[in-house]
Design a protein around this ligand. Structure first.
Ligand code: PEP
Ligand code: MN
Length: 298
């Protein structure tokens, strides 16, 4: 029961997103795909770079079991001299990939002035780590009519993440998915420190689904598959992962992007822990076990 959770005092004040009493976990339904009832993979490049790049990636990740195509058209870059994204041309390419593959589209929105435009093209609106505290954006997303994937700020505590979700919900949109993407610590061997405990904690204190982004946590592709599996084991509802046809030529985040073969191998590894199609009985048992573990914390 959420009532006996050791974290309740800290989180229950965010009443629209906290898990109170017997409230069951929420499912965010995107077309045919329920997020929060099974393991959903969202894959694609960091940024949309060209028609060929995005269509090839979409076709490959769809064939390997992804249900969503990710790809930034508006990129929050640390340097003003880095590739900033293709903007509306990128959105049009994402739409083309959607039509061709049936993948749903998740893409980042950085500014409240872009919300309406991006909502025309995206199935899920991504709020990046740098925007978690952009309250004007969060408020606007309350009325956007699309689910929101809310990434944890790289220096944000979990109660601050819950607060940001509460702002979106207060403004009318409770279709929110949390994303743990690593936080800043003193460790420099990884780009960020993957806070694995965030997953079972959030699933205990909130009714919202939680996915993980091992790409931005690791910052290096060799660690991405193992962190993805770790996320699955602790009960994440899915994965946001960067995949590129030629990572060494990527205009952003190539070092942490998987190539197609690496993505396919990761999808095979993941099926030891979760069912990607709900038809594998042994995977269903693992999922059951995770629910018990999370329930035990509650
Ligand atoms: C991204 O998903 O490419 C991205 C910019 O992520 P984050 O906001 O987590 O850095
Ligand atoms: Mn990226």
């Amino acid at each position: 029961m959420a009532e006996s959770s050791p974290w309740n005092g800290q989180f229950s004040r965010f009443d629209l997103v906290a898990r109170m009493g017997d409230r069951p976990p929420s499912i965010v339904q995107v077309g045919e795909v329920p997020i929060g009832a099974g393991f959903v993979v969202m894959a694609g490049p960091c940024a949309v770079e060209s028609e060929r790049q995005i269509l090839e990636t979409a076709e490959f990740v769809a064939s390997a079991g992804a249900r969503f195509l990710r790809g930034g058209a508006y990129k929050p870059r640390s340097s003003p001299y880095s590739f900033q994204g293709l903007g509306i041309e990128g959105l049009k390419l994402l739409r083309k990939a959607r039509e061709r593959t049936g993948l749903y589209i998740i893409t980042e929105v950085m500014s409240e002035s872009d919300v309406e435009l991006i909502a025309e093209f995206a199935d899920v609106m991504q709020v990046g780590t740098r925007s978690m505290e952009n309250y004007a954006l969060l408020q606007k997303l309350g009325g956007c009519g699309r689910p929101v994937l809310l990434k944890r700020g790289m220096t944000a505590r979990l109660d601050e993440l819950m607060h940001s979700a509460q702002v979106i919900a207060e403004h009318g949109n409770s279709q929110i998915i949390f994303c743990e993407r690593g936080i800043r610590t003193f460790e420099t061997a990884t780009r960020n420190t993957f806070d694995i405990a965030a997953v079972p904690i959030l699933k205990t204190v909130s009714h919202l689904p939680v996915i993980v982004d091992p790409s931005h946590a690791a910052g290096v592709r060799s660690l991405v598959p193992i962190l993805a599996c770790a996320g699955a084991v602790v009960g994440a509802d899915g994965l946001l992962v960067e995949v590129h046809p030629s990572p060494e030529k990527a205009l952003s985040d190539g070092v942490q992007s998987l190539n197609f073969a690496e993505f396919a191998a990761m999808m095979r590894d993941l099926q030891r822990y979760v069912s990607l199609d709900f038809s594998r009985p042994e995977a269903a048992e693992v999922k059951q076990l995770q629910l018990l573990v999370v329930g035990g914390n509650a």
